[in-house]
Write a protein that binds this ligand. Structure first.
Ligand code: GDP
Ligand code: MG
Length: 164
């Protein structure tokens, strides 16, 4: 069966925007338990003859900070349990925050390949200096993208399929 690529990260870092940019129209929503924040959204993606299933683990994300952290742990655990490659999304506009470190710790302890994707880099010249901060997460080289402007997506997908 096809490899699974899971998208994880804090609310508002742009997971769904990136997912939609990659998914086109082939989106399906899967609900495990009604009312529980384990909804996942799946899509089939093809890149350079490689087919994979992408999951946006974010679903409907909670507002409160406490719930947010437990939701993120749940998301990260789903990704660790089910994915072949994990896209860990952070936000160059907001910079590094505590919750990013918490998720990074979980992902680092798993044996799964993790690609650190720095989103909202809408202008590479302007924002590249801010991308280097994310080396502090200890997840490897940050990959700059803009889901909204579709910049850097090809390079990101090249890295994904390198892990298949
Ligand atoms: P999610 O909560 O992680 O799924 O994030 P969303 O995809 O819902 O996006 C959260 C907000 O960030 C929305 O207002 C988006 O329009 C915005 N956003 C997403 N991607 C980008 C991007 O590449 N650049 C900029 N400037 N904004 C973005
Ligand atoms: Mg979302």
């Amino acid at each position: 069966s096809k490899p699974i690529v899971a998208i994880v990260g804090r609310p508002n870092v742009g997971k769904s925007t990136l997912f939609n940019a990659l998914a086109g129209e082939k989106i399906s929503i899967v609900k495990d338990y009604p009312g529980v924040t384990r909804d996942r959204i799946y899509a089939d993606v093809t890149w350079l003859d490689n087919q994979f299933t992408m999951i946006d683990t974010g679903g409907i994300e909670p507002e409160s900070k406490d719930l947010m952290l437990s939701h993120m742990r749940q998301q990260a655990q789903i990704a660790i349990d089910t994915a072949d490659v994990i896209l860990f999304i952070v936000d160059v506009r907001q910079g590094l925050v505590d919750a990013d470190y918490k998720v990074a710790d979980m992902l680092r302890k798993s044996a799964k390949p993790v690609i650190l994707v720095v989103n909202k880099v809408d202008n590479f010249d302007k924002f590249m200096p801010d991308v280097y901060e994310f080396y502090n997460l200890g997840i490897g080289d940050p990959v700059p993208v803009s889901g909204a402007s579709r910049l850097g997506i090809g390079d990101m997908l090249d890295e994904v399929i390198n892990h298949f």
